[in-house]
Structures are given as structure tokens and as C-alpha cells.
Design a protein around this ligand. Sequence first.
Ligand SMILES: Nc1ncnc2c1ncn2[C@@H]1O[C@H](COP(=O)(O)OP(=O)(O)OP(=O)(O)O)[C@@H](O)[C@H]1O
Ligand SMILES: [Mg+2]
Length: 465
Amino acid sequence: MVQNKGNTKPIVLIVDDQYQTFRSLPRLISPDVFLSIWEPDEQEGLKALKDQGDKVRIVIIDLKSSGMGGGGFLHWARQIAPHAAILITSPLGPFLYQGGTFYDLSGQTLKHNINAILLSIVQKMDRGHGHEENKKRPPKSNKSKERFGVIIGRSKGINKIYDLIEQLRDSSATVMIQGESGTGKELVAQTIHQTSARNNHAFVAINCGAIPANLIESELFGHERGAFTTAIHQRKGKFEIAHGGTLFLDEIGELDRELQVKLLRVLQEREFQRVGGNKSYKTDVRVIAATSRDLRSAVLAGHFRDDLFYRLNVVPINVPPLRERREDISLLLDHFFHKIAKDMDRSVPILTEEATRFLLDYSYPGNVRELTNMVERLLVTCPDGRITTHDLPDEVREEADQAPGSAVVLKELPDGGVSLQEVEKELILKTLKMTSWNKAAAARVLGITRRLLYLRLSEYGFSSQ
Ligand SMILES: Nc1ncnc2c1ncn2[C@@H]1O[C@H](COP(=O)(O)OP(=O)(O)OP(=O)(O)O)[C@@H](O)[C@H]1O
Ligand SMILES: [Mg+2]
């Protein structure tokens, strides 16, 4: 039995009488976020539920375990802890029982996403049932934001990140940020630190890909004097410098296997030793890892340890490339033209309509970093304050040249001509086909109101539903 006095972390109770299915679960559940309790049978499980009261937010049971899934345990667990979500695993995959409804969780394997799944269940419950902690917070607005601290963007993808940063405010959960180069991973990491209670301590970044393998251990954990030939002085490592704050491990996928083991040990034991020393130092840091590679494939290929991956991937954040959130481009251009012009003590330049269109349509393979560099270059190379397409970089103009012209192709008119209504009908139906009959999306593409779309559909004899 585990005592939970004074601990406010949500409890995850694992009841497993065969200790088969869940052998690895307690190890995978992040102690930064949850307190996991494992009980060997259903009687002990029910006792733990009674003892811990409403601190138990999630119960995990296995249908295969004798007597449990059949109703007995489920029945009593619901009586004792009606507030808790019950996560049931079966040979068919995990599913979630909550408020009388079963939710199918298949498609997300429990082991691979355990922390993200548990966190999303707790958050969903907090939103749905007004959990005490949550009542103190102002209700979340549905309106999308255009910036969050120093992060600019109004797309759905970026707003999802704003929400995650908000949710991370009160926890020290480990975060894994994935995204192409220049998408803003470090900016997201800094913002998580700035909005958290750790913001009066250091934010320390280390790029695991930029430091030679033989130096990285001492960079992370420090070294004692004489630890190696060039260690003339004793030196603190990043873990020590970041104590109380946040450690940003950039390009974590580049860490070699030996260091992956060492890092995992430090994350689990929260203690480290300097290179060449034997004194143990306690560490209290929030770790944020980032990668521009697909780490899951690296795990599958055996290049990255799966246990370290799960330990780091507690809250995964995916920063989409700029070409997949085009709504952000105009906002970013506007922001950086103003900001950099001001920094250079220059007036904001005027862009021709065509130059603006070229910049809005460009694919930005180097993402936001490419956009900011381009803006800076344009301000330097166009001192007269006017920017035309000729001033734009070759790659932007070349892409614009290759882009198809107007999407609307006017075919030859038939002899008797064609009515505007017929053209309109064909356009509407083709757009609906394109959006898989998502009417809101089709109305957006067509640039008409949903009301008008419904009206037209009923005129064509389609139901307006
Ligand atoms: N949404 C954004 N709003 C404002 N500035 C941004 C945004 N995204 C990125 N930037 C800016 O773009 C540049 C690149 O961002 P950052 O260094 O965070 O990217 P990254 O994903 O860490 O890149 P890399 O993988 O190459 O290290 C920085 O100058 C950053 O301030
Ligand atoms: Mg970076």
C-alpha cells in the first residue's frame, strides 16, 4: 500500500491479479504527473479505492484478470469511486469506461501513449465535471488566439499548442516537442518555462547534436577537477545549473546509446554524479526534449531506447510546418516587418500586391526561421521602403512561376450557352465532393455563408441537413 499524504498528484490505481498485462505500466507512468499504485487483486484494489478517496482519478484493470471485468469489481469500483475513470484493457485493445459510457481507445496503444492518454482522460474529466482544481480557472474561450507570449499564430495547430502550454502551467511533466527545423520548438519550450512556476529559475538549453559525444556527458552532469586531461577546474553541468528550472534537451535523437542509458537513470532516480566524482547530487528540473526527427521510427529501428522515449514523451507537442498552417503566414510577415523595421530604426516597407501574394503563397521549407531571415534581408536590400516581386529571393519567385494560374478553367461555351445557375450548381457539388460533404468547409472554400449553401442545396432538391 502506498501512502499519499500531502501529495496532490492524481492517483492511477492499477489492479492486476496476474501481473502480466501491466508489468511495464508502473515504470512507464510518469512520476512527475501521477502517483501510480499497483494492487495485486481486486479486494486490495477496492480497499485502495476506499483509502485514497477521490484522489484516485483513473483505475486500470484487465478484463482477462479473473473475476474483475465480469462485473464484480467494476460494480463495486463504481459505487466506491463514481468520480474515477476506469480504463479497461482487453485482448481487443484498451477502452475507457466513464459515466456509463464505454469509449474505444483502440488505435492508440496503451503502452506507447500511456501518459498522454492518462493526462487527456484527467483533463477531459476536469473539463466535464468541474473538478475542484478546475473551478478556480476562468472558463476557456473557444475563440482562437493570435498570439501567446512571444509565439505568433492563429492557426488551429498553433492554438492547440497554446492550450497545451496553458495546461502545463501547474505541472512539471516532461514534454517532447517534435517539429521540422525552424518551426519554433525552442520558442515553445521557452514559453512553457516562462508560464510555469519555475520561471524564477533558469531555462538552460543544450543541443545534443552540436556537442561531440565525448563532451556531452560532462556538459550535462559536470565534472570534477582532473576527471580527464583537460578538466583543469571543477565544472557544473546543465542539470546542476537548471536546478529548480527547466532543461531543454534539443535534438535529443542525436544522443548516443550510452548517454541515453545515463540520462534515463537520472530521470528515474533524480540524482546524478559529476564525471570523475562519486558524490550524488539531487536534481529538480523539468525536462523538455525536442527533435526534428521522427523519434518513433528511431525507436523502431533500435537507434533510440524505447524506455527513454516513453519517459520523455509524457506530453507530446507537435509543431506543424508553416506550409500546413498558412493562416499564420500573413500574421508572421506583418509582425516581423514591423518588429525588424523598428529594430533597424526604419519605416515599415510597402509591398506591391503581387509581392505580397508571392510571400503568402510560398512554401517556406525553412519554416518561421526562413521567414524572419527573409524579412530581415528584404529590409536591408530594399532601403527605398518599397518591395516588388523583383526584390524577392529566387526560390520565392521560382515557386510562384511554377504555381498553376487561376483554378477556374473556362471551357468553350456550348452552342446554346450555359446558365450561371448551372455553373454554380456544378461548382457547389464539386466543392462538396472535395470536402467529403463537409458543408462548413465547402462554404468556406466557396466564400459563401453556410446559410446560402443550405439554401442552394434545398433548391437543388438536397435535404438541408
Ligand atoms: N510562432 C512564432 N512566432 C514568432 N516567432 C517565431 C515563431 N516560430 C518561430 N519563431 C522564430 O523563428 C526562429 C526559429 O525558431 P526556433 O529556434 O524556436 O525553431 P526550432 O524549431 O527550435 O528550430 P531548429 O530545429 O532549427 O532548432 C526564432 O527566431 C523564433 O523566435
Ligand atoms: Mg531549435
